[in-house]
Structure formats: structure tokens, C-alpha cells
Design a protein around this ligand. Sequence first.
Ligand code: NAD
Ligand code: UDP
Length: 314
Amino acid sequence: MRILVTGGAGFIGSHLIDRLMKQGHEVLCLDNFYTGHKRNLLEWLDHPYFELIRHDITEPIRLEVDQIYHLACPASPVHYQYNPVKTIKTNVTGTLNMLGLAKRVKARFLLASTSEVYGDPSVHPQPEDYRGNVNCIGIRSCYDEGKRVAETLAFDYYRQNHVDIRVARIFNTYGPRMLENDGRVVSNFIVQALRGIPLTVYGDGSQTRSFCYVSDLVEGLMRLMNGEYIGPINIGNPGEYTILELAKTIQEMVNPETELVFKPLPQDDPKQRQPDITRAKTWLGWEPTIPLKEGLKWTIEDFQARMEGQNLNL
Ligand code: NAD
Ligand code: UDP
């Protein structure tokens, strides 16, 4: 098949492309390199079945493809809050453009949505029919509300134009190739521990998250794309940890000498998050397989190798 991956030079997109290329598909990657990098795709740059196109999805584009994995959008609060208006444009105009493309060429379209559509949830764990508790004027809204509109667009194109959609709600994902300056909790703690500087726990660290290793996540996305269930469907690891527990685990694994420092909790930071994955188990026969400590070990090794390569003061 000819498969388009938007945001394919980013963290999740590049792992997805690895899998698609290994299956023998022809893959087109669209990326504006805001948070993505060519180095994530080095293995494929000269491959005859791979094409990398520098393109901003807020502009229309004409391509012929069979499937579209729509991942383009910065995912870390630091990056999506840097230019919030652009984040909204990417989620709204960008998703509109990609749905228009899917409609024109009759391609199946998978939206990478997010657990952020549940906001600061008052139902725990979160099932897909929970409608969320989202602030529409806060600093996270450009992303949370942007993704909610992206989901609305997908379902309206499905109802109105019969576009063959799939909607995945992705929960916190981690693994090799996360950016060092990403600002997300796993990358921050690992980089800090490797540098021997204090791990920055926001608030008292009692807020919870559930962390899914990237290979498990990619498997879930591919099963959703190639199955019959349109979603929305939670894809995440139900193993729930407080941020303090995560800090202590990484501290122990990397450098028990490093300290923890407590910093103010950012505005609208969700207090708890855990996916209910009953639908994913039922419809996709999917559940995560990689335990946190194992995934962290591979992620730490990747950061260590990259930091040594870049000679960052370890
Ligand atoms: P990432 O920032 O590593 O990747 C996003 C990619 O999109 C980057 O390569 C970036 O350059 C590209 N991009 C951004 N705006 C673009 C634009 N206007 N035009 C073209 N390309 C653009 O993030 P990620 O962690 O790989 O996330 C991928 C997708 O998964 C995102 O849609 C994100 O919202 C979703 N998601 C991720 C997580 C997570 O924990 N990583 C959780 C929930 C949802
Ligand atoms: N966090 C933290 N220290 C950091 C970065 C993040 O304590 O250096 C906290 C953050 O406040 C949140 C959790 O870790 O409660 C997850 O943050 P992340 O940005 O990774 O993802 P999100 O909040 O979008 O789930």
C-alpha cells in the first residue's frame, strides 16, 4: 500500500514508519520539522519506497495514497504552548486539509487524538464515553480543544462524506527518540538524572499518569487502522504511577545520588490519568506488553548514547 504518515519525522511517527517500511509498504512522510528530525528517519532516506516531503499541513497538498496516519502536531506542553495559535491551526486547518485529501482519494484516515480530550478527568479510569472536563481558555486548551475539534472534524467527514476514519486516543507514550528538550516528564527525568542534576517534580508529585512504551502504542495504532472498528478508542498502558514514584524509579535506575526538587504545578495539570482499555482489548485484541522498568531501561540507553554522541556535559 501507499501510506502517508503526517508528523512522521517525530517521536511516534518515526517508529510507525520503521514498522510500515519493514512490512514492505511505500511510505510518504509529511513533516515541517518543528519537533521532528531527519535523523529519526536516516535508515530510510535512500530507500526507493520512502519519500520525505517537507510540508506544513496547514497548507493543502495533492497526493495519491491508500491510508493516512495523521500524527502531525507537537505533543509536549512546552512545544505546543510555544506558539498556541499555530497549534490550533495545525489541529484544525491541518486536520481539515488531511481529511479533504482522504475524501478526494478515498483513503482510510487515522487521527492521532489524545487522552487530553478528557482534560482533568473526574471519572477514573477514563472510558471513551466519558466526555471530559476541559478548560476551553487555559494554556493547555490550544492542544486539548484543538484535538477535540480534530475528532469532531473526523466524525463529520465520516457522517457527511463517508470518509473511512479511525480515531485513537493516545495516552502518555515514551521511548527512544524523545527529544532531550521536550519538557515531558520521562525525558526530563532521564536527562536530569544522566546529567546528575536534580529531578524536577512539579507540585507534590501525587498526580498520576500511565506510561505506554512506543512499540506497544504503534502496534495498537496499526491494529486500529487495519481493523473494522472506527473508534474513538483509548490506546495506552493502564499501569498508573504517581509522578513521585516515576521520579524515584528513574533516580534509582540512573543515578541514586541525584536529588529531587519540587517546582510549582503548571496551570490545569490533570490530577490523574489512566486509560480504560476494554474497547482496545475487545475490538483490537490489543493490550500493552512492555513493563515500565523494561521500557525505561531502553529509553535511558537511547538518551545515554545520544548524549555521549553530542558530548553534552554528562
Ligand atoms: P512529536 O512532536 O515528536 O511529533 C510531531 C511531529 O509533527 C513532528 O515531527 C513535527 O515536526 C510535526 N509537525 C508539527 N506540526 C506540523 C505541521 N503543521 N505540519 C507538518 N508537520 C508538523 O510528537 P509525538 O509524541 O510523536 O506525537 C505524535 C502524535 O501523537 C501527535 O498528534 C500527538 O498529539 C499524539 N499524541 C502523542 C502522545 C505522546 O505521549 N507522545 C500522547 C497523546 C497523543
Ligand atoms: N512533570 C514533572 N516534572 C517535569 C515534567 C513534567 O513533574 O519535569 C509532571 C507534569 O506536571 C505532569 C506529569 O509530569 O503532571 C506529566 O507531564 P507531561 O508533560 O509529560 O505530560 P502531560 O501533562 O501532557 O500528561
